[in-house]
Every structure is written in C-alpha cells, then in structure tokens.
Design a protein around this ligand. Structure first.
Ligand SMILES: Nc1ncnc2c1ncn2[C@@H]1O[C@H](COP(=O)(O)OP(=O)(O)OP(=O)(O)O)[C@@H](O)[C@H]1O
Ligand SMILES: [Mg+2]
Length: 352
C-alpha cells in the first residue's frame, strides 16, 4: 500500500458515560470511555486498535457509525461517490443513514443477538429489505452471491444459524455486512471467539475481500498477534486515549510507549523453545476509568515512571514521521520490541 488517501477522519471523539446514583439518578461523575481520540483511516488500509479490556475499543468503534451517541467530536467520511461530515452535536439524519450504509460493523458473534427463528436468507438479506427496492427473487440472488463469496454454499440459505459452526456464522455475518456495498468495515473482536485454524481462514478471507472490494478496516482486537498479522498500522489505547500509533512493524519492533512494551511482554509465544520461560505480565489492574490517576494514566503501572509522570498528562507527539507516542520520556527510554523480548526470554531472563 503506497498511496495514503484518507477515507475516514475521526476528530476529538469523546464518549462520557454518566455515573448516576440514588433515586433521583443524580450524575455523580463520568466514565470517560473515549476521551479526545483523533486518527485517520486510509483507503484500502487495515488499522488495528489494541489495548486491555475496558480501554474503550468497542465504544470507539460504535461511536463512528453512531450506534453509540458520542459526547463530542466529528467523523468525516470521504466516500467514492461523496463526502459526509457528521458532527457529534449536530448530526443530520439523512447523513447518518447514508454513513451507516458505508460503514458496517462486524461483531464477535453477529448472529447471537438475532431471532433464532430467522433463516440465513432472512438474516443475511435483511439490509436489502429497506434499502434496495429489490423483489424477493432478486434478494435471494444477491444473498446467494454474497454467501458464495464468503465461502458458504448458497443452498444453505433456508437453514437456521444454529445449524452452523462459529466460523460459518461469522462468514454469514460478513456476507450480511457486505450486502449494501460498504467501504469500511469495523471489526470488533471479529475472530476472537474462533479456534486458531478457523481464525486463520477468516483472516485470509478478510484480506482477499479487502483487495477485491478495496475495503478499509478498523480492526479491534485484544489479541496482539492477530492484529500484527492483519494490520498496516496500529493504534494502542489506554483508558480511553491513544497512547501510541504507528505502522505495525514500528509498534512491534520499536515501541515508543512503555504501555506498548508491556503489552508486547504479555504476548504468549507458540515457539516451543520458550516453553517454561516466564513472560512478564502487566502488573496490576487497569485503573478505574471513572477516576483515572493524575498525570499520565499509565504511571501507576509503568516501570519507568518518574515524578513528572504523576503530575502532567504527556501530549501525544509525533516522534518520527507517522509515529505518535504520549510519554514524557519517549526517545530517552530504550524500549524493547517483540523480537528482542523473545530473544531475552530464550536467553533465560527471568521476569518478576
Ligand atoms: N453503556 C455503558 N454504560 C456505562 N459505561 C459503559 C458502557 N459501555 C461501556 N462502558 C464503560 O466504558 C469503558 C470502555 O468500555 P469498552 O467496552 O469500550 O472497552 P473495550 O476496550 O471494548 O473492552 P473489551 O476488551 O473488554 O471489549 C469501560 O470502563 C466500560 O465499563
Ligand atoms: Mg470491546
């Protein structure tokens, strides 16, 4: 991927969930699930989003097509046919409807929330009911075509989702998401519930579809090895904020934020020579997002923290072209990448 043409710009996105107490439901605070997040997704690109549970990945993904109402911020979509701008404060209904055609979401188990009495045809073809003006026969043809494209035999169309495996159901979910010819897919833990071999097949399919249909993906996952495999660039989130972003290789081999290094330390390795060699697991829990620590949110768990880190939140700065990090000591720490960490473990380093 050489050309970098933006397809989506997310600007200063915020989602604060009120915390309410008592009979009067008085607001006593806010969970800042997404707190001033800005980034660009390029056409044909896969942008990975990683971070521990509760750091705001799902909220971020859902705020983009406004399945969750953001508190503030703007989303700009530069489509093939036209540009759409959605301001969190002044969303125009027609713009939103159009945006949701172009940006589709794929969840962990897309069939789970649907009526089990619906057939595969009814589920996968549902988006066509309101948007296409096609008759039933034409809709069946479309569904057949997309099922075949995602590796499901079209004569399974009149069966029920529970008759299929998790991997097959995910393929049907992808067929459904593709029904209105979207330009962006937001995949939220789309392969997390699947066996490793099935994961590999679905990931391969995502990659093929990307090429054939020139799709762009926001690929949310807590599994870093999956993200490394699929993403061109990666965003690392901690407590609702971006702490680092760069091209995938930079993130994995030259991380610039201690939190990213800690995440790399935690990746399990399939290498048998590392069997029995301890990996360092992130110490402590993610702090309460309703009452984040003062200063840098990560300082309470950071092995490199100094006094300034508990006082001031570090700005997200560009430290080399396209590589952003929010750490007071970015550049002066010699953080280790994944290869160096594996080598260290192989040589017998023992971690606390
Ligand atoms: N509807 C809601 N009401 C109140 N708080 C919420 C709501 N949804 C999410 N949160 C809070 O927002 C924060 C971010 O949650 P989110 O689900 O976006 O995280 P995540 O990174 O997707 O986590 P996971 O890896 O577990 O999926 C969490 O503290 C969560 O408790
Ligand atoms: Mg989530």
């Amino acid at each position: 991927m050489n050309e970098q043409i933006p397809i989506l710009k997310v600007q200063h996105l915020q989602k604060y969930y009120p915390i309410q107490k008592g009979l009067m439901r008085k607001t006593v605070g806010h969970v800042k699930a997404v707190d001033d997040v800005s980034f660009t997704l390029n056409r044909g690109e896969t942008l990975g989003v990683v971070g521990e549970s509760g750091c705001g990945k799902t909220t971020l993904g859902r705020c983009i097509p406004r399945l969750v109402e953001p508190t503030d911020g703007a989303v700009q979509f530069y489509g093939k046919s036209r540009d759409l701008v959605v301001d969190a404060k002044r969303p125009a209904r027609n713009t939103l409807i159009e945006l949701r055609r172009h940006i589709q979401m794929i969840f962990q188990d897309p069939m789970a929330s649907l009526d089990p009495r619906m057939t595969v045809f009814e589920i996968v073809g549902e988006p066509l009911l309101y948007n296409s003006g096609l008759n039933r026969g034409e809709r069946r043809d479309m569904v057949a075509r997309l099922l075949e494209r995602t590796g499901i035999r079209s004569d399974y169309m009149d069966r029920y989702p529970h008759q299929f495996s998790g991997g097959q159901r995910q393929r049907m979910g992808i067929a459904r998401a593709l029904m209105l010819d979207p330009e962006i897919l937001i995949c939220d833990e789309a392969v997390s519930a699947l066996d490793v071999s099935v994961q590999a097949q679905i990931i391969k399919m995502f990659k093929n579809l990307q090429k054939e249909l020139s799709l762009s993906y926001l690929f949310i996952a807590h599994d870093l090895s999956v993200v490394e495999h699929v993403s061109h660039r990666v965003i690392v989130m901690y407590l609702g904020r971006i702490v680092e972003s760069a091209v995938t290789r930079e993130i994995f081999e030259h991380p610039q934020h201690p939190y990213t290094e800690s995440l790399l330390f935690s990746i399990p390795s399939a290498d048998p020579s590392l069997k029995g060699k301890k990996r360092r697991i992130l110490q402590g829990d993610v702090p309460n997002p309703a009452a984040p620590p003062t200063g840098c949110y990560f300082h309470t768990r950071c092995p490199y923290a100094q006094a300034v880190c508990s006082r001031e939140y570090p700005a997200l700065k560009e430290i080399s072209p396209g590589h952003l990090s929010a750490c007071h000591f970015t550049g002066s720490l010699s953080l280790k990448g994944y290869t160096a960490l594996v080598e260290e473990r192989r040589n017998g380093a023992v971690y606390a």
